[in-house]
Design a protein around this ligand. Structure first.
Ligand code: CP
Ligand code: NVA
Length: 300
């Protein structure tokens, strides 16, 4: 079996490739050329174990824009949900489509699937990582402020899949990352260690926001943690991104959130709907960044 190129983590691309991909995403966005159809006749399989608005629409639209198509597969109505081994599913599905995107609960499902897939596998979110979102976030930063190298980014809230992908982005694009999480909700210790001095932990949101160029947060309870919502609301009450927190950052700091958001929980409405927020550009850039990714993985 040939060894395809996968995108499971930002660490699967080099820093040079990530920067090139961001520039390519910006060009695709600006050109909007309907005659450019590099994936004509190609098919993306999309497996969703969890809900999605942005990821599903952006991949499906991206494939259609490029002259291809996408198939939505849910474990609820395929054999995936009835215990068919991941290896068999990967061998069979990859024999019929040209690339596969997965959104799964366990990160290991994506890595095992990729091991047995004969076509590129893309991580559309797991409990550990959300690398596609980071491509869009970084594109958004580059568009608004230029290269992020040497800048300071602040993550406030849960040390979750998004936080982990920010740690990887800090490594790959060489920025400083200041993280504030409540006790017991810190990011994966090995990942933190792998980033060295670039990533620092702070006890308070205000302290972490000092001198920042970009403030980012995410929901307090991710998909699959719904039953912890009440517990988490108490644990995270001092970790809302408020205007006071934003005032600790640079005057031109941006605010990002991968969405969906809960106004009044992880972020105050005046911040997410305020002048520093770039959430809608960030969401739209999922389409453009992933088109650049599909081109990189499928047209090689
Ligand atoms: N940000 C993001 O991945 O959104 P969806 O869950 O709607 O795909
Ligand atoms: N951390 C969130 C991100 C949603 C896009 C989750 O995993 O539910």
């Amino acid at each position: 079996m040939n060894k395809p190129r996968h995108f499971i983590s930002l660490l699967d691309l080099s820093s040079v490739e990530i920067r090139a991909l961001i520039q390519r995403a910006i060009s695709l966005k600006n050109a909007r050329n309907p005659d450019f159809q590099p994936l004509k006749g190609q098919v993306l399989g999309m497996i969703f174990e969890k809900s999605s608005t942005r990821t599903r629409i952006s991949f499906e639209t991206g494939m259609t824009n490029f002259g291809g198509s996408a198939i939505f597969l849910s474990p609820r109505d395929t054999q995936l949900g009835r215990g068919e081994p991941i290896k068999d599913s990967a061998r069979v599905i990859s024999s019929m489509v040209d690339a596969i995107m997965l959104r799964t609960n366990d990160h290991a499902t994506v890595t095992e699937f990729a091991e047995h897939s004969s076509v590129p596998v893309i991580n559309g979110l797991t409990d550990l990582l959300h690398p596609c979102q980071l491509l869009a976030d970084m594109q958004t930063y580059f568009e608004h402020r230029g290269d992020i190298q040497g800048k300071t980014v602040t993550w406030i809230g849960d040390g979750n899949n998004m936080c982990h992908s920010y740690i990887n982005a800090a490594i790959q694009l060489d920025f400083n990352l200041r993280i504030a999480c409540p006790d017991g909700y810190s990011p994966n210790a090995d990942m933190l260690k792998s980033a060295g001095d670039r990533v620092q932990m702070f006890a308070s949101a205000n302290e972490a926001a000092n001198g920042s160029d970009l403030i980012v947060t995410d929901v307090w309870a991710s998909m699959g943690q719904e039953e912890e919502q009440k517990l988490r609301e108490r644990a995270f009450e001092d970790y809302q991104v408020t205007q006071t927190v934003m005032n600790h950052a640079h005057a031109d700091a941006l605010f990002m959130h991968c969405l969906p958001a809960h106004r009044g929980e992880e972020v105050a409405a005046e911040v997410i709907d305020g002048q520093h927020s770039v959430i809608y550009a960030e969401a739209e850039n999922r389409l453009h960044a992933q088109k650049a990714l599909l081109e990189l993985l499928m047209c090689a």
